[in-house]
Design a protein around this ligand. Structure first.
Ligand code: NAI
Length: 282
């Protein structure tokens, strides 16, 4: 559907989004302010493709072709004439506003600007541009190459045409789009994050051990993984940011981030990506 796409942010989500579009034939420009993040992102893509080749569902030639379609850059200015930009930078409203305002100035009028934000208002992000009708939420799930869902969030001014393009683009990469309205956390995180946060409260209060809490949710509720292991996969900093956005955006103390979550983030225990969260990783 889109033959070229720019993806901003080469972290957990950005590299998965870049890999997925490239796997379906799009030329991808992956942009990150950090050269280190770009190198790590490329390594993650190579590792992910190698696992699929090992499973026998992708040929080595197709994996190489996918990698060959991904270019990288540390400069936002290198994004020029692409029909779609997907932003996946850190979950901070000020950072996203800055990125969107610059993209709006440098991209042609037809470019759709999508955000992978987990919780920040699409309407607010769109307000930092002069094309709010072409700004939309395209919320992928982690790990992107595997998870089928894309939550599509319409801001106040998002047009029907933009929505139709993004629905079609999601389907063209074999994802299932589900529409949601622009409220903090949308559907996915409005339901998921309070559960994770409550699991951290259970750990802090000594209701059970990390293994105990995760096992209850796996065996008792048939969840594929426990909430603490899932928080480690998502990133504890990302979980905290989302809880903060829901707490302030919905104004209800039931979204108060657990102090233990804050303490772990302050200590640099961010989960899998930092090697240590609720669990330790090699
Ligand atoms: P991450 O921390 O792994 O990666 C963020 C990347 O953005 C970093 O590499 C950083 O260098 C880069 N960056 C920061 N400022 C930038 C700028 N101004 N220009 C270009 N690059 C910049 O974060 P992650 O987990 O990939 O999250 C990215 C977005 O995706 C967030 O909005 C998050 O809420 C959302 N998200 C995260 C999910 C998860 O499971 N981690 C799931 C779904 C959405």
């Amino acid at each position: 559907m889109f033959d070229s796409v720019a993806v901003i942010g080469a972290g957990t989500m950005g590299n998965g989004i870049a890999q997925t579009f490239a796997a379906y034939g799009a030329r991808v420009l992956l942009v990150d302010v950090s050269e280190d993040a770009l190198a790590k992102g490329r390594k993650a893509i190579e590792g992910s493709l190698a696992r699929v080749v090992k499973k026998g569902t992708l040929t080595e030639a197709d994996a190489q072709a996918t990698i060959g379609r991904i270019q990288s850059s540390s400069k936002l200015e290198s994004i020029t004439d692409v029909p779609l930009v997907v932003e996946a930078v850190v979950e901070r409203a000020d950072v996203k506003a800055k990125v969107f305002s610059q993209l709006d100035r440098q991209c042609p009028a037809h470019t759709i600007l999508a955000s992978n934000t987990s919780s920040i208002s699409i309407t607010a992000i769109a307000a930092s541009t002069k094309r709010p009708d072409k700004v939309i939420g395209m919320h992928f799930m982690n790990p992107v190459p595997i998870m089928k869902l894309v939550e599509i969030i319409r801001g106040q001014e998002t047009s029907d045409e933009t929505t139709a393009h993004i629905v079609a683009a999601s389907e063209s990469i074999e994802k299932v789009p589900v529409a949601a309205n622009d409220f903090p956390g949308f559907v996915s995180n409005r339901v998921l994050m309070p559960m994770i946060n409550e699991a951290v409260f259970c750990l802090m209060e000594g209701v059970s051990t990390r293994e105990g809490i995760d096992t209850v949710m796996k065996l008792g509720m048939a969840h594929p993984m426990g909430p603490l292991a899932l928080a480690d996969l998502i990133g504890l900093d990302v979980c905290l940011d989302i809880m903060e956005v829901m707490h302030s955006g919905l104004g209800d103390d039931k979204y108060r981030p657990c102090p233990l979550l804050r303490r772990y983030v302050a200590a640099g225990r961010l989960g899998k990506k930092s090697g240590k969260g609720f669990y330790e990783y090699a």
